[in-house]
Unconditional design. Structure first.
Length: 362
C-alpha cells in the first residue's frame, strides 16, 4: 500500500498468528539484501510493512520528506517510517532503530560464526533482534511496539517526524551497536561548515590575489588547537574535519574554500560554538548546520554498561518514553568496509532485549 505525500498508511491484520518462530539470522540476511543507504529507504520500508503485517502486527507507514538541499545528492523516491504495534491499545514499551545505512552498499556474506555486509550491525541485525524479542514478549502478554525510522545517519529526519505522533509508550529502547551493553550516556553532535572567500589571481603574483585556501587552513589550524570540554565520567568532546574542498588549480589563487566539521559534544554547545567562531574571525564564516544534544541515560540493574561516543535518534524521540540505548555489534566496525556481527551475539541480543523489557515493565 503506497502512502500519499501527506498521509499515513495503516495496515491491520486481524486474527493472524506468526506462522513460525522468527529466525533473526535469516531475517538479517533478508534485510541486508535490500540496499537502503540514507535517502533510499523506501524499499526496505515497504518490505518491513508487509513482513510485520503478515505476522500479526498493526502497521503504519508514514512518509519522511526527502531533503531539498541540493548538496545532499543521490536521494530519490519515497521513504518511510514504519511503526508496528498491538492490534488494540497503546504499547507500554517500544523498540526502535533506523533502517538507513551509510554508503557504500556492501552485499551480505557469512561464515559459520559471523555475518558481514552493510547494516549487519548498524542497524539491520538490530531490527531483526528487536522484532524477535517483541514477538516473544507479545506472546507473553506484553504490550510492545516497534518503530523503524529513516535518516538517522544524516539528520534524524525520520525520528523528527515520528516524534509528532507518539503512541503513549512508557519506555523506548533504542538500538545501536553497544556490544550488548547498556549505554549510560550518548554524546551529542555539532556540525558546522567553515567557508573562506578570496580573490583569484595568478599564483606567480600572490600579492595580486587573496587565497581562500590559505585563510581556511589558518582557521582550521586554530580550530584543531582548541581545548574542548571534558566530563570526568564521560570523556572529552572530539572534533573531526571530515571534508575540505576549494580552489581552481595549482597555479590559480583560490577564491573559495570550505570545510565541514563534526564535534562530538559532552555537554552544552554554547562554549564550543563561541570558540569556533572566534578561531574563524577575520578568516572565514561559520554556519552551524546540525545540533543533537548530549544525553545521559539510565542503567539497568545487573547489566554491563558503556558510554556511547556516537550520536543517536534518542534526543529526537523525546515523546516516546524514557529512553535506553542497547544493541548487538561493535561501533568500531560500523561505517567501515569490515562491518560484521557475530551470530551468537545477535541471538544473545534477542534474550537481552526480552530481559530488559521485563525488568522495566515489572
Amino acid at each position: 500500500m503506497m502512502a500519499s505525500a501527506n498521509t499515513t498508511d495503516s495496515v491491520e491484520m486481524t486474527n493472524i498468528q506468526p506462522p513460525t518462530k522468527l529466525d533473526p539470522i535469516q531475517f538479517t540476511r533478508d534485510l541486508v539484501a535490500i540496499e537502503s543507504t540514507t535517502y533510499n529507504e523506501g524499499e526496505v520500508g515497504d518490505y518491513l510493512e508487509s513482513f510485520l503485517a503478515h505476522r500479526g502486527w498493526a502497521v503504519e507507514k508514514t512518509p519522511v520528506p526527502q531533503p531539498t538541499n541540493s548538496g545532499d545528492s543521490g536521494h530519490h523516491g519515497p521513504r518511510w517510517n514504519v511503526y508496528a504495534g498491538p492490534q488494540t491499545g497503546s504499547p507500554d514499551l517500544v523498540f526502535s532503530t533506523h533502517m538507513d545505512t551509510v554508503p557504500p552498499y556492501i552485499p551480505f556474506s557469512e561464515d559459520e560464526h559471523t555475518m558481514y555486509g552493510r547494516g549487519v550491525s548498524d542497524a539491520k541485525g538490530i531490527i531483526a533482534a528487536q522484532v524477535a524479542a517483541a514477538e516473544i514478549l507479545r506472546e507473553q502478554g506484553y504490550k510492545i511496539g516497534l518503530l523503524f525510522v529513516s535518516g538517522e545517519e544524516r539528520d534524524s529526519a525520520g525520528a523528527k517526524v515520528a516524534n509528532d505522533t507518539p503512541k503513549g509508550s512508557r519506555f523506548l529502547i533504542n538500538g545501536e551497536p553497544t556490544d550488548n551493553r547498556i549505554a549510560l550516556a550518548s554524546k551529542g553532535a555539532l556540525r558546522c561548515v567553515v567557508t573562506a572567500k578570496g580573490k583569484m589571481g595568478h599564483s606567480a603574483y600572490p600579492e595580486l590575489g587573496d587565497s581562500a585556501v590559505h585563510k581556511l587552513v589558518d582557521a582550521l589550524a586554530k580550530i584543531r588547537a582548541l581545548e574542548l570540554p571534558i566530563l570526568e565520567d564521560i570523556g572529552p568532546s572530539t572534533l573531526n574535519i571530515g571534508l575540505i574542498e576549494g580552489g581552481r588549480a595549482p597555479n590559480v589563487i583560490a577564491d573559495h574554500a570550505q570545510a565541514q566539521i563534526l564535534i562530538r559534544l559532552v555537554g552544552d554547545s554554547a562554549s564550543t560554538r563561541a570558540a569556533i567562531e572566534e578561531c574563524a574571525a577575520g578568516l572565514a564564516e561559520v554556519e552551524f548546520t546540525l545540533e543533537i544534544p548530549f544525553v545521559r541515560l539510565r542503567a539497568v540493574e545487573g547489566l554491563p554498561t558503556m558510554v556511547a561516543k556516537f550520536t543517536t535518534d534518542i534526543p529526537q524521540l523525546s515523546n516516546w518514553g524514557e529512553p535506553l540505548l542497547l544493541g548487538p555489534g561493535s561501533i568500531h566496525v560500523a561505517h567501515t568496509p569490515y562491518e560484521k556481527l557475530g551470530k551468537k551475539e545477535l541471538l544473545e541480543a534477542v534474550d537481552l532485549y526480552v530481559q530488559v523489557a521485563k525488568q522495566l515493565l515489572a
